[in-house]
Design a protein around this ligand. Structure first.
Ligand SMILES: *[C@@H]1O[C@H](CO)[C@@H](O)[C@H](O)[C@H]1NC(C)=O
Length: 227
């Protein structure tokens, strides 16, 4: 009788387990709905300009309805802004709205692609799990992610199987004419959306961005999880 050697069998089962893990496609994703506070320090250097951007933001992420809202408090040298950046899924596709609610002006434009699920891709390099501060206390895990423009080291807190909450990220790369290094932290994350009005946008948003001069990549989607 022809039998498969026991050692081969063991390797086959290891391979099956590895394959089924790989087919998930993600190391972990954030919960489908959450809100939290985000602080960011970004140093940038270009040919003519260099400086430091600081942001203190409220983030609302809702993958269920494929939308997100970020209330930014943005400071870049003399420039200060309080604006709201909302991404909504509409019939014609994904739209980003920039609402400068203090000035009463609003812009909108169509984004390429689909609403991004906030996940760590499975080709990220894992640095493993460890504890912040006291050994045995606050467990986190870190990943290195290669992006198109920015490379990121992302630290998350495991919540449950395949689910994690963002803690912090360090990103480096080149965006437009600027080299950028940024450090982002997430605090006070709560599950769910407390008040749907965070996604409200004015009806009279303009599609003409020519008078919008904030030197910031407003259509970036990494407010939620640096990837
Ligand atoms: C939601 O927020 C709006 C605007 O701040 C407020 O008027 C409304 O009362 C809130 N609703 C709830 C249920 O808290």
């Amino acid at each position: 009788m022809h039998t498969v050697p026991r050692v081969t069998m063991q390797w086959i089962s290891v391979a099956v387990i590895l394959c089924s893990l790989a087919s998930l496609g993600w190391m972990c994703c954030t919960p489908d709905q959450w809100e939290g506070t985000q602080s960011e320090f970004a140093g940038y250097a270009g040919y003519v300009r260099h400086g430091l951007i600081t942001e203190y933001n409220h983030v609302a992420y809702d993958f269920t309805a494929k939308r997100s809202a970020v209330y930014l408090r943005y400071v870049n040298g003399d420039i200060e802004a309080k604006i709201k950046v909302v991404v909504l899924s509409e019939d014609k596709g994904l739209m980003v709205y920039v609402d400068d609610y203090e000035k009463g002006s609003c812009w909108k434009k169509k984004l390429e692609g689909e609403f991004r699920k906030a996940c760590i891709p499975d080709d990220a390099k894992s640095y493993g799990e460890y504890y912040l501060g006291l050994d045995g206390g606050y467990k986190v895990s870190s990943y290195k992610i290669r992006g198109k423009r920015m490379n990121t080291i992302l630290t998350v807190q495991p919540v449950s199987e395949g689910v994690c909450a963002p803690i912090g990220e360090i990103s480096m790369g080149r965006v437009g004419h600027y080299d950028i290094l940024k450090n982002v932290g997430f605090v006070d994350i709560t599950p769910g959306i407390k008040n749907e009005t965070v996604f409200d946008v004015p009806r009279d948003c303009t599609e003409d961005w020519s008078d919008f001069d904030l030197p910031i990549e407003i259509d970036r989607q990494d407010y939620v999880l640096g990837v």
